[in-house]
Every structure is written in structure tokens, then in C-alpha cells.
Design a protein around this ligand. Sequence first.
Ligand code: G6P
Length: 615
Amino acid sequence: MCGIVGYIGNKDAYPILIKGLHRLEYRGYDSAGIALLDNNAELHVYKTRGKVINLEQFCKDKNINGTIGIAHTRWATHGEPSDINAHPHYSQSENLALIHNGIIENYLALKQMLELKGFKFISQTDTEVLVQFIEYIMNEEQCSLYEAVHQALSQVVGAYAIGVLEKGNPNTLVAARKGSPLIIGVGKDEYFLGSDASPIVEYTKDVIYLNDEEIVEIKRGAKEIVVKNLANIELKPKIQKIQMDLSEIEKGGFPHFMLKEIFEQPKSLIMCMNGRVQTELQDIMLSGIRENIEKFRKARRILITACGTSWHAALIGKYLIEYYCKLPVEVEVASEFRYRNPVIFEDDVMIAISQSGETADTLAAIELAKGKGAFIYGICNVVGSSLARVTHSGTYTHAGPEIGVASTKAFTTQVAVLTMITLLLGKELGTIEISLYKQLVKALFEITNKIEKIILKADEIKNMSKIFTYAHNFMYLGRGYNYPVALEGALKLKEISYIHAEGYPAAEMKHGPIALIDEEMPIVVIAPKFKMYDKIVSNIEELKARKGRIIAIVSEGDTTISNIADYVIEIPNTEECLTPLLTVIPLQLLSYYIATAKGRNVDQPRNLAKSVTVE
Ligand code: G6P
């Protein structure tokens, strides 16, 4: 949510910042802006409503010189998307410019105080309050920018990742973080700022992950940067290597990141299972689980918390763990869990799932459970993210960067990790027969080839999708492991095509949603051939009797449903507990092709952002 980027060095800052903004645009695209200190140390701010491309257009006839700058792409929280509310924000004297990702919660109190001192505000944002507050402190205390930022942040309540520039001071870039991510790239005589590594990786692989409440002063040409925390203690920053290739964050010939990411699922699953699913031994190696097996053995239950698509993966985790490990599992939407004073036992194990590792509600749910003594196990894609740092142990999904706002490969890799955890736990706890364990390990390994086969049907699904662009509503039904897949299919369609869609447990449909069914209503029914098959066939008959248009996802060779449903997509046969890894693929493709046929921008759907760093 909001992307920030910064540069100080000996190259022109503008092209680096603009490219960085394009890479971070998935985090928000309500407005974009840039601040540069030119060769005379004059400060220039250019900003405009809309996407980064509009900003580039806007800057065409402007002075874009300078080797130091900051830039921002916004997902609006306080104040509508507009030129004025766009970042960077100037202070009153226009001596300072600031970019911000997060929310300053006590901004109204600070604003009132500053207004009494004669400060005038032109935007509705909390960010403008922060930059004015820093200027106020600089004037009052006659202190440096770094000192003023330090003092201001000590009085701020809320979340922030910020970058600040000062007119007449072309050799200093100040940045800080609390609750919102910020990475510093360390190059040769140059430094970069980024909300994630994507704007940095092209120039350097050496990075410093800033921790919460750390403030950094970056001096041009300096060998080292100064990092202090809010308690004014100087810290020694640790330089780490990022494991990311440029090709991973480019579209590679695909029209959209989302399609690229759907197609790359076999590869991302291979990366995810690499060294973990051991085919020769028919065994699973997950050091995080093995090292902490006693925590799981002693746990009276498991809590799984997440948001959005990750929450759907969590629901599948519940089905898996309860079935194979005989441990009670409660799945909690993080934003509800954190505020409802939940019962948390010291022997609880919480599994927290997040692609980005930066979702504010998920991080808050972790802090809550951790504070009550629970053991926290993370499942996360982004290496070095906040989640990875606050959990006791965990497993990375290794899906590679996911840039499309609608999550696809993150979901399948999360489900794969949950499956690996389940199987290993089941084996260690003795709740799963060894022969069945080996059979499932083998089947999990074979799943990637089966996904390849489904992806070969992309054109068939594309043709089918054209039929459904008329629809205003869609229903998705599934049972057991595939009920969460129905929720995920509906979410994908809503997010990128703006068609209303509901996911439901197939049998529950009779308790309300069936009233919506008529000849206009497409209903996607996930119906692989397992123990609930006959029941779901009956559900389909009930829907057909009411003239619903059925798109069924069925097992290879199914003839019964093929005769009743209007459209059928076959998936290869596998074990029942692994079917979500297959059934979700045609649903992702269906949403993608419906959305593109309707002319939607699937990588940047309206009102959404990929990384929700505010609650
Ligand atoms: C946003 C994204 C979703 C994602 C959710 C949780 O809503 O648009 O795709 O599932 O956040 O994100 P996380 O990074 O915690 O998995």
C-alpha cells in the first residue's frame, strides 16, 4: 500500500526513481509524485493524480536534473486521490519534501497544534502534518533534519515508512520506518530506498532491511550510513544479499503479470518443494517443523491467521491438519482476531500466512498471540519481510516475486507448504500411516506436471470465458477441500473483473443463495470425483432444475457431470487432499480471461493494492 523509492549517488536520480515507481506500482496507483534536489540544491516537487505514466507525461517539460530524489506511488487513505493529496508533500516554507507509506494516527491533534502556531495546510493528508511537524521542530530547536525527524517520530503514533529531502542540503537523505516496510540498497558510492527490493535489484544486491523505529541518515558518498532507533541508540546495520533476479520482476513477454504468474505455477511449486519433498526417500524435510516438533506435540490446538487469499489457503490448512494430524485448528481472519479479545493459550501454535509478510492486520494478530505466549510459525513469500522477522520459525514459500495484485502463485505455494507441514506433522505425531504418508508425498511431487496439463487448456478456457462477460453475478460452489477454492475463485473474479461473485459450500446453497439462480446465473461447481461426488451431482441437478448455467470442474474422464453441466473443465486425477492445487488453476484462468475480455486492467484493479500495510 503506497510504494516509496529514493536515490542518492552520482547518477541522474529521475530515471532511477521513475523505473522504481513502475516496479512498485502494484502497491497503489491513485497518484504518483517525485521530489528532486537539482544541481543548485533547489527542491522541486512534481506530482499528479493517476498512474506513474501520467507523472512521466507531467514531467516532460520540467527540470528533472539532480542526483538525489524521492518518489511515491499512492493508495489513498486520508484524502481522495488528487494532485494536492499526492506525495511528496512540501512543508510550509517548501524547504522540505516528504513521502510516506502508512498512517499517522494522531495527525489531527498534531495538526491542531500546528494550526495554532500559524501553519496552513493545503491537503487532507496525515502526511502533510508530519512534514510540517518536522519543519516546526527544525525551526524551534534549530536542529538538523535528521534530529528533527527523530524528535517528530518520537511523538508520532501510527505506521510509517518515510523519505525526506531538504532544500539546500543535496548531500543528505533521511528515511525511517515503523510498521511499513523499507529497504536500503547499498551500491558503490550510492544508496537506494525501496518499499521492497524490486526498484533496487537492478543496481545492487546488497541491502539493509530497516527495522521498526529505526531512522537513517544517508550522506552522499559516505562508506556507511547512520542508523539510530527512537531511543537514540546507534545501531550497526547488517548488509544482506537479496535473492531476486531482474527477470523475475519483468513480464517476460506476457501481457500481464497475473497471466505470467498463473503460468509459472509449476515452476514456483518446484522452487517451493525443492529440497523439501524428497522423492527418493519419499519424505519431507522442513527444518522449521522438525526443530520445533515439541511445540506442535504439546499444542492443544493450532490457530491459523491470515487475510485475503492467504486466508483461503489457511482454510485449506484446517481441512488438511485436522484430517491428517488430528489436531483442532481454528482459522481466524487477522483483522477480526486482533480486536475480539480472543482466548489464547500459552501452548497454542499460531501459523500466520502472508505472501508479502507486511499485512498490518496479520502482523498485529501475531503480536497479540506472541504476547500471550503462543509459538508463532510463519508461512511467507517475501524474504526478510516483517512477518519473517517477528515469527519464531517458519517456512518461506519461495514462489518468487508476485506482482499481479490478484494473488495466484502465492496461493498455490502456500497450500503446498501447508500440505508439507501437515504430512510431516502427521508422520512425526504418528497420526498418519507411513504407507499413506509416502503415497501422498509422491503425489505432491507429481502435482506440478498435472498443473502443466491444465495450463495447456488456457485457450479453451479463454474461449469459454467470452460467453460470460454479460454476467453481473457469479456463484462458486465446492465441498470439503474445495470449499475454500470456491471462495478463492469468487474473490479472483470480483477483484479483477468487478463482477459480483459469491463462494459457498455447495450444500449450504439451499439455505439462501439458490433463490438467486435463474438462466442468467453462471455457477462454477468444483466437483472432482471423491467421497462427496454423488452429493455434489445432486447439487448440480438442483441448480439445473432452476435453469442455472453450470461450469463444472471435474476429474479426467468424468461422464456423469459432463452430461448435465453446460461447460466442463477436466483436471488430472490426484489425491483428494491435493485437488485444490489443481482446481484453482482453471478458476484463475477463467477470471483472468473474463476480466481481460471486459477490458479491465487486471494487474492494477481499481481500489486495490497488493500489500495492505494499513489496517
Ligand atoms: C491484499 C491482496 C491480496 C492478498 C491479501 C493478503 O488484499 O490484494 O491478494 O491476498 O492482501 O496479503 P498477504 O500479503 O498478507 O498474503
